[in-house]
Design a protein around this ligand. Structure first.
Ligand code: FES
Length: 161
């Protein structure tokens, strides 16, 4: 929490700008996440106070939308396609490999903070299934070996820091 204090000026600027607009909660949450990278716990109380909502109401909205994060983002975001075409061409085996390699369910941040794993339902690369996106870059016809190398590359980079 003390580290979150550095985000307070940004949170206050967003609240001052947005709090009186109708339906302000979502724009406020997006603006804070856009500026900070996630929704710090400190922001929940500030938002609740500014919008005259309960803490539970604000937390409920944050948890309802999967795109809102309550922890700092990982260094890399990996989105594995789980839609039909990719499923029929090995995405489930890749998902199982990721679960084992990262120690995660299909969604979450690896313990070392290297990777944020998220499922996605079609990346528009169905003809080249299975596909994934790593930090916004598309990878197609992904093999287990290629996936293992991509994940290892993300983790090695972390060790080098
Ligand atoms: S189904 Fe995976 S890219 Fe379309």
């Amino acid at each position: 929490m003390p580290d979150e204090l550095k985000h307070l000026p940004l949170i206050q600027r967003v609240l001052a700008r947005e709090k009186d607009t109708p339906g302000a909660l979502l724009p406020i949450l997006h603006a804070i996440q856009g500026g900070v990278g996630y929704i710090p716990d400190l922001a929940v109380g500030e938002i609740a106070h500014a919008l005259n909502l309960s803490l539970a109401e604000v937390r409920g909205v944050i948890s309802f939308y999967h795109d809102f994060r309550t922890t700092p983002p990982a260094r890399h975001t990996l989105r594995l396609c789980r839609a039909e075409s990719c499923q029929s061409r090995g995405a489930e085996a890749l998902a199982a490999q990721l679960r084992e390699q990262l120690g995660l369910d299909d969604h979450g941040v690896s313990e070392d903070g290297a990777l944020d794993l998220r499922p996605v339902y079609c990346l528009g690369a169905c003809a080249c299934s299975p596909a994934l996106e790593l930090d916004g870059q598309l990878y197609a016809r992904v093999t287990p070996e290629r996936l293992r190398a991509l994940v290892a590359g993300c983790r090695e980079e972390l060790k080098a820091c």
